[in-house]
Design a protein around this ligand. Structure first.
Ligand SMILES: *Cc1c(COP(=O)(O)O)cnc(C)c1O
Length: 406
């Protein structure tokens, strides 16, 4: 790795070694990777994103043998229906469902597995109810690193199966509170010298920042005004922000987009705090939301995001259950089948536009974080248009549809 890469705690500025096994500072703050010399970083030639942006990364090299081909996801202008729905003329969709395990988590898993390789570790672990465990399991399988996934007892069978097929050991844990369970397990990392990667680890965020580099190229060196991110553990939103911040530090762009922090109303520890002007997260417990992938009720390191929201003027919005389902339907009606968690952003930007917090002309990117195919249970909220008939009824039914419409 390049010399003197450090970890800095995001609020108090304490320095730690890059090799640190624990993902948070001693007082529970999130940690950030500091690569020296970002100011003079160059964008290089190379086939892969990590080759072109290697100066920005805490690794001297990422070997192709640990990648599953993450990234290269599409960034496209939204169609007329979604523009009309939100009232935003310059709305873009970054489709992270196109990643190898169908969510953006793969970008962070690449970075975490690269770290394990660099440290010559043979085992890594994570705590997850779904996408994260699935992604780390797949990347471990590719790189030849054993994976342990801790899941809470309520984790659906299908999600556990998706981890198991890659060969991960799944530990299913009976714990009354998922946040408590996470804290307890993360506390074991140092004791067992085991890298237990969470959704808000410093190295994971380095993987997520590559999304910003990719979008920077896709927009020909331009930067959007806003990026809307469904937020749970907080790694994604801060990784995206870090990527654009570093592009500015290196002199490639003049400005940094504002992040839009989006959560489900039923579990909004960060958005509620920002709306109420509080400095610390407001923990949620015993809630239910259809947006399963964003259910950290008490995210470690979440205060950093609140701090940044005030510092940089980030809008924050929460989305009610019926709004989430409607947004999912609207996106599917435009060709994008995403998880409920990803759908939250569409409704959030509509509300922010209506309340005048976002201008109709602003360029806004919504990140479609995960695929709807991962969560088929949610289809019960959506009525399909199925007509039943026997063979000799087809002609009449077809004529009716073609005459009177679908
Ligand atoms: C993990 C996840 C999120 C939340 O990202 P964080 O980095 O935990 O804030 C949002 N959407 C989907 C589909 C996810 O899997």
């Amino acid at each position: 790795m390049p010399n003197k890469v450090k970890l800095i705690s995001t609020l108090s500025g304490h320095e730690y070694q890059f090799e640190r096994i624990e993902e948070f500072s001693d007082n529970g703050e999130s940690l950030e990777v500091k690569v020296p010399g970002i100011e003079s970083a160059k964008i290089r030639k190379g086939r892969y994103l990590w080759e072109r942006y290697i100066d920005f990364l805490p690794f001297s090299n990422i070997d192709e043998s640990i990648s599953l081909g993450e990234g290269n996801t599409s960034l496209m202008k939204a169609g007329r229906k979604l523009i009309d729905f939100t009232g935003l003329e310059n709305l873009y969709l970054k489709n992270e469902t196109q990643n190898p395990t169908l969510s953006f988590k793969d970008r962070g898993s690449l970075a975490c597995i690269a770290m394990s390789k660099e440290m010559r570790e043979s085992v890594t672990a994570t705590i997850s109810t779904g996408n994260m465990g699935n992604s780390v399991s797949a990347y471990g399988a590719k790189a030849g690193i054993n994976v342990i996934v801790f899941v809470p007892h309520f984790c659906p069978k299908e999600k556990i199966m998706a981890m198991g097929i890659h060969g991960a050991v799944v530990m299913k844990i009976k714990a009354p509170d998922y946040s408590e369970m996470k804290k307890h397990i993360l506390g074991l990392a140092e004791k067992f010298n085991l890298r237990i990667v969470s959704g808000n680890g410093p190295v994971r965020a380095e993987g997520y920042k590559m999304t910003s580099f990719e979008m920077f190229e896709q927009m020909d060196g331009d930067v959007p005004d806003y990026i809307a991110v469904p937020t749970s553990a907080c790694g994604h939103v801060r990784g995206l922000f870090k990527g654009y911040t570093e592009l500015r530090q290196a002199g490639f762009s003049g400005r940094v987009p504002k992040m839009i922090v989006v959560q489900a109303k039923n579990n909004s520890p960060i958005v509620s705090a920002i709306k109420q002007g509080k400095k610390n997260i407001i923990p949620f417990s015993n809630f239910h939301t259809v947006a399963e992938a964003i259910t950290s009720g008490n995210p470690m390191g979440g205060d950093e995001i609140i701090d940044k929201a005030y510092k940089y003027g980030w809008p924050a919005e929460d989305v009610a259950e019926d709004e989430i389902i409607e947004a999912q339907k609207r996106l599917a009606g435009s060709g994008y089948f995403v998880e409920p968690s990803s759908a939250t952003c569409l409704y959030a930007v509509k509300k922010l536009k209506e309340s005048g917090k976002i201008d109709a002309k602003a360029s806004v990117v919504i990140i479609l974080t995960g695929s709807g195919f991962k969560d088929p249970g949610v289809l019960k909220y959506h009525k399909g248009n199925v007509k039943k008939m026997n063979l000799n009824g087809v002609e009449r039914a077809l004529q009716k549809v073609l005459t009177f419409g679908v």
